[in-house]
Design a protein around this ligand. Structure first.
Ligand code: NAD
Length: 489
């Protein structure tokens, strides 16, 4: 591949403030919008990782000794840089991931919000102090862990790194980021912009690659903590491997989110929320509604959802899915459900977008009369597909939601406070929505699911992340030489 012909320069590892010349192994980066190669990404080795860990270790003493109020100044400047480059960053996210420009812009705006939250850390982590016995004070401080790692998925190339990078760094850690090899370009821009904001070399490093580098991260003795966001299959592997190497680990996995719709739900609001939830980002969100549980007769609402779904047009207000294989997998789920007796009300198979015939597009799809035993009802489809499961009453609907192995999000659409309260209490998911299709808790609230959607304690964002990225130091102090000494003082 002639690199001069590529839309973006080749992606490189970023270690100690420098982009490193690539080794022999690399792979192509393809834009799902067009199917065309836009860059290349190195597939790094354990030795490449080791160089990055050494750089991060070398940077740690000075970085962690810098007062947090000074560290956040860098992130205030970084936030301003993101605001300045919002259009450029959004275009990049759209091209490498396939989502629409508006969705990409919303993603980068979320990164800005996450950085803003990190800038509030000095206020959140100010410690505790108490005179515990006469003349003796005890105080508690949050101290960084050292070198930590963050492993990201393809679906939010800019935002998911911002779930971890600003908080972990502001709290005094040094980091290795391993982006998804499918969307690695944004992470190089993150590195450039952090440097421009004044981040000291070695505090933030990017090591690209695939499975080999993830395994090396889990095994490296110099890494204290590993955060992972991706599929449940890999989340389990990473959690088990990192913790068996005695590291702190937090691994977020896949999802199958249920929206429970009652006959008293507001029809227009419900239809537009459900459709936006299932089709936004082409259904490639871990918070996407992929199963709607229709309680009793909600046919008028289903008809409105179909009307809304038909207004979602690939290449216009609906982006592409990540790969040709993903498109084939999603269409296979639809076909198998149809064969098993489900009714396809809106069919998004076999879409072609004029001028982008090589892109990977699936249209918004609505399938009714899906039964809980079908694969499309149980497994993560990760495409713009809504599977409607019928339930006789609220108890049956909640039982369907509870039967899922996952537990990221669940929502209820109703005008009844008592019905909503029952779902809030009884749904087995970490994030609940009432009349909200994508119930992402915004800062300062934390993000994290239950069941097989998350392994490990703490959530990945918000106040809860402080516990993950720090350890407590408890100091007892006595200056009064006259005070009596006993084992309690
Ligand atoms: P993925 O699990 O395939 O990849 C995630 C990361 O793991 C990538 O960096 C990849 O290089 C690496 N990886 C892939 N296979 C591996 C293996 N066998 N061993 C070690 N590392 C491996 O996920 P994806 O396809 O990039 O992302 C989509 C998935 O992420 C969906 O399941 C989605 O629900 C999930 N996701 C979850 C959340 C959440 O908050 N729970 C958020 C975003 C995405």
């Amino acid at each position: 591949m002639e690199t001069a012909t590529l839309k973006y320069p080749e992606v490189k590892n970023y270690v100690s403030g420098k982009f490193i010349p690539n080794g022999k192994k690399s792979m192509e980066v393809i834009s799902p919008l067009t199917g065309k190669v836009i860059s290349t990404v190195p597939l790094s080795s354990a030795q490449d990782l080791d160089e990055a860990v050494k750089a991060a270790k070398a940077a740690f003493p000075a970085w962690s000794a810098m007062p947090i109020k000074e560290r956040v100044q860098i992130f205030y400047r970084y936030k301003t840089l993101m605001e300045k480059h919002l259009t450029e960053l959004s275009n990049l996210v759209s091209v490498e991931n396939g989502k629409t420009f508006d969705e990409a812009k919303a993603e980068v705006e979320k990164s800005i919000e996450l950085t803003e939250f990190a800038c509030s850390m000095p206020q959140l982590i100010s410690g505790e102090i108490l005179e515990v016995s006469r003349g003796v004070e005890c105080r508690v401080e949050h101290k960084p862990l050292g070198v930590v790692a963050s492993i990201a998925p393809f679906n939010f190339p800019h935002m998911v790194p911002h779930w971890t990078v600003p908080n972990a760094l502001v709290l005094g850690n040094c980091m290795i980021l391993k982006p998804s090899e499918q969307v690695p370009i944004s992470s190089n821009r993150i590195a450039e912009m952090l440097k421009e904001a004044g981040l000291p070399d070695g505090v933030f490093n990017v090591v690209n690659g695939d499975r080999e580098i993830v395994e090396a991260i889990c095994d490296h003795p110099g890494i204290e903590a590993v955060s992972f966001v991706g599929s449940t299959k890999v989340a389990k592997i990473v959690y088990i491997r990192a913790t068996s190497n005695l590291k702190r680990a937090l691994a977020l996995g896949g999802a199958k989110n249920h929206l429970i719709v009652l006959p008293d739900a507001h029809p227009d609001m419900t239809a537009s929320n459900v459709t936006a939830s299932m089709s936004g980002c082409a259904g490639q969100r871990c918070m996407a509604a992929s199963a709607m549980v229709a309680v009793a007769n909600v046919d008028p609402i289903i008809a409105k959802i179909c009307e809304e779904a038909k207004k979602v047009i690939p290449g216009t207000n609906l982006g592409s899915v990540i790969t040709k294989e993903a498109k084939e997998r999603i269409e296979r789920y639809i076909t198998e459900a149809e064969k098993a007796g489900a009714k396809v009300l809106v069919d998004g198979r076999n879409w072609k977008v004029e001028g982008h015939e090589g892109g990977f597009y699936v249209g918004a799809t609505v399938i009714d009369h899906v039964t809980p035993d079908m694969a499309i009802a149980k497994e993560e489809v990760f495409g713009p597909v809504l599977a409607i499961i019928r339930a006789k009453n609220l108890d049956e609907a909640i039982a369907i939601e509870n039967s899922s192995n996952y537990g990221n999000a669940a929502s209820v659409f109703t005008q009844s406070g008592s019905v909503a309260r029952q779902v809030m209490d009884r749904a087995s998911a970490g994030m609940i929505g009432v009349n909200i299709g994508v119930p992402v808790p915004r800062e300062p609230f934390s993000f994290g699911g239950w069941n097989e959607s998350k392994f490990g304690v703490c959530d990945i964002t918000g106040k809860s992340s402080i516990e993950f990225w720090t350890q407590l130091k408890k100091t007892s102090v006595k200056w009064n030489a006259e005070a009596k000494t006993n084992w309690m003082s």
